[in-house]
Each structure stands twice: as structure tokens, then as C-alpha cells.
Design a protein. Structure first.
Length: 146
């Protein structure tokens, strides 16, 4: 019996591209080492896979939607605004802000955990850490074009 294999979104898109470019299903099955039905299922779900490819991280293996989509959207908008100003954002700060948005939206059953922040970062391909680089250290007011 063959081992179960989980494909990333990028791998699925590569398989779909191969099928679109004329590779046959049997050849791909032998090359990758999966059954015919696995490739057929990817082909059948190609619109969902391609949509996920264009909007999300390529490393994810399952496309899951968060249970508190409104909090997630608000936190993502806030996160992008802070990052555009080169503000470093830690996990505890994200947790605090997520709890703040939950209170604003009247969610009494939501308490942001470290695992929720971890999954948020995975879904949106964000990283923890310092914002560094020369462009972050120079104020735009001091730069003159001569």
C-alpha cells in the first residue's frame, strides 16, 4: 500500500499546469507516485486551487477559513498598515490587538491564543522579528532629490 502524500498549493498548481500543457494523467501518476484519482481530483478542483494560489501562501497544504473572519480581516489590515510604517510587531502585540478587535465586534467567546496567532501568520505568510534595512532607518523628510 502506498503512503499517503499531501501536496502544497504550489505542487498542485505545477501538476495542473502539466495537465494543461498536454502531459497525460498516467505519466504524471508514475512520475509523482500517486494514483490516477489523486491527479483527477486536483484537476476537478483546479479553480479552487488556482484561486488559493493567487491569494494565499504557497506552503499551505489545507485551505481552511478562520472561524472569526471579521477579526482576522481587521487584524490583517492593521498589521499591513503598521508594517508599511516599519513598525516591528511581536506575537503578544498581535494577540492584544486581536483581542481588542474581538471586543470591538462584540465577540465574547473569543480569546486570542498563541496558536491562533501562529495560524494567522501561516495563513498570511507573515513573520515575527525586527524591521531592518537602510530604507527603514532614514526619514523621508531628510531625503532631498538633487
Amino acid at each position: 500500500m502506498a503512503h499517503r502524500r499531501t501536496f502544497t498549493v504550489k505542487e498542485k498548481v505545477d501538476i495542473i499546469s502539466g495537465l494543461k500543457n498536454g502531459e497525460n494523467n498516467v505519466g504524471l501518476c508514475k512520475q509523482i507516485g500517486v494514483s490516477h484519482s489523486t491527479i483527477s481530483t486536483m484537476w476537478k478542483n483546479r479553480s479552487k486551487i488556482l484561486e488559493c494560489f493567487e491569494s494565499k501562501s504557497l506552503k499551505i497544504k489545507k485551505n481552511r477559513n478562520p472561524t472569526h473572519q471579521d477579526i482576522e480581516n481587521a487584524l490583517l489590515v492593521w498589521f499591513k498598515a503598521q508594517r508599511s510604517q516599519n513598525v516591528p510587531i511581536s506575537g503578544p502585540l498581535l494577540q492584544e490587538k486581536a483581542n481588542h478587535f474581538a471586543r470591538q465586534f462584540g465577540k465574547t467567546n473569543f480569546e486570542c491564543s498563541r496558536s491562533w496567532i501562529y495560524r494567522f501568520r501561516q495563513r498570511h505568510d507573515t513573520v515575527d522579528g525586527k524591521v531592518c534595512g537602510e530604507s527603514a532607518s532614514v526619514s523621508q523628510n531628510t531625503v532631498t532629490i538633487g
